[in-house]
Design a protein around this ligand. Structure first.
Ligand code: NAD
Length: 382
């Protein structure tokens, strides 16, 4: 009943499969559309309450407003969230047919919104299902990105995301007058972003990488892949239990969170022994203001996640505008020539944070907020 007034517009109740627990509902959380249509991936996750689902959708949508604006993409911010109340995370027991139905329904839902929200892949719409899910979604709508490459799209955005994170890490090392080559790095999560990140770190000649994951099959895949990389013997993989955050407390030069959000908190920050935190995970700070201040108080150089993990959405924006490979716009974001490129922006944010006594999060957020109100001449809405 809570959804009823909004039903058929931003929310939509999807098929509830016989014999499965819980409801399955689909949502589009449109946060701000001044710069253009709201854009961000669709998450497939389980929530215990409708409130938890709404809270997550609204928070993630707002995060996309800031990420897109900071990257100077002509898109607003939004996020799709498919919600389940099974209380058990993703349901791997879904059959291929059921997943196909759910993603086709989401595609039809996107078409019904007429483009005020443009979707993409996200957590849960990933792993071995990505191609199938995105194909099913694309069969019903053009308001999506991350279209599989065999259908003419740009595919999985995670490798460019990892390349962007490396530029953020380099900016932090340079800011502190340290060398990335020869350093020790801790990586949380060896998934779509974590694994290519390890590969790029090895190519930068880091001395040692300690990486942890909760998922044994993922670790096995990672081990096989890393084995054949030059200097692959410098990587040590660890299995950790769900909820175990000890990788963050490794004695090293930089910690790279590439798993879940909310991991930088009053409980974890005092135990971090690295001088730099820079990684791909969205919403790393449990509390945006107090935890950013706590990092600063502990002398930790934090490069805001929404600044360094933009390359996935940049690739999506390029795809929507007519993707070419290799795309010069992607190189622009990663290079040194443009003041808003990840490396240059990260350096200026870190310098301003030092000069003003503010946190890097505050500085980046202020720029993002200002830019998020710039009105696209054709598609923008106040
Ligand atoms: P993914 O699901 O492929 O990988 C995440 C990995 O983290 C998984 O292997 C998972 O088992 C592991 N993990 C979960 N909890 C853990 C813990 N406590 N300790 C260690 N490992 C743990 O996801 P991804 O696409 O690699 O994305 C990683 C993060 O980066 C997410 O927060 C995502 O929102 C963010 N991000 C991804 C992209 C992208 O292009 N894929 C873009 C921007 C932001």
């Amino acid at each position: 009943p809570l959804l009823q007034p909004l039903a058929d517009y931003f929310f939509h109740e999807a098929t509830d499969f016989e014999g499965h627990e819980g409801v399955f509902a689909q949502g589009a959380f449109v946060h701000r559309t001044c710069r253009g249509p709201a854009a961000g991936g669709v998450r497939n996750w389980s929530y215990d309450t409708v409130e938890a689902w709404f809270r997550d959708g609204l928070r993630l949508g707002k995060g996309m407003t800031h990420k897109n604006a900071l990257a100077e993409i002509w898109w607003g911010g939004g996020k799709g969230v498919m919600a389940r109340n099974t209380g058990c995370g993703l349901r791997h027991e879904d059959t291929a047919e059921e997943r196909q139905t759910v993603y086709e329904e989401y595609g039809a839902f996107m078409s019904a919104l007429n483009g005020c929200y443009v979707t993409a892949e996200d957590v849960g719409t990933s792993g071995k299902y990505t191609l199938r899910d995105m194909k099913a979604l694309f069969s019903q709508t053009r308001f999506t990105t991350c279209i599989p490459t065999d259908l003419g799209g740009s595919g999985n955005p995670s490798v460019p995301t990892a390349r962007g994170v490396i530029r953020g890490i380099e900016a932090a090392f340079d800011h502190l007058g340290k060398q990335l080559a020869g350093s020790t790095v801790a990586v949380q999560g060896v998934g779509h972003v974590g694994l290519p990140l390890i590969e790029f770190l090895l190519s930068k000649n880091v001395q040692q990488i300690i990486a942890a994951d909760v998922d044994t099959p993922r670790l096995k895949t990672a081990a096989t892949y890393i084995q054949q990389l030059p200097r692959g013997d410098r990587v040590k993989l660890q299995h950790v239990k769900r909820g175990d955050l000890s990788i963050l407390f490794t004695e090293c030069d930089v910690v790279c969170p590439c798993a879940t959000g909310g991991i930088l908190s009053i409980d974890t920050i005092p135990k971090i022994r690295a001088p730099i935190v820079c990684g791909a995970a969205n919403n790393q700070l449990a509390s945006l203001d107090t935890d950013a201040k706590l990092l600063k108080k502990h002398g930790i150089c934090y490069v805001p996640d929404f600044l360094v993990n933009r390359m996935g959405i940049v690739q999506c924006a390029d795809e929507a505008a007519g993707y070419v490979s290799p795309d010069p716009n992607i190189e622009k974001h990663l290079g040194n020539e443009w003041s808003n490129a990840i490396y240059n922006l990260a350096r200026s944010v870190l310098c301003e944070a030092d000069a003003t006594g503010k946190t890097s999060q505050e500085i980046a957020l202020k720029v993002a907020e200002e830019r998020s109100y710039q009105l696209h001449p054709i598609w923008g809405h106040r």
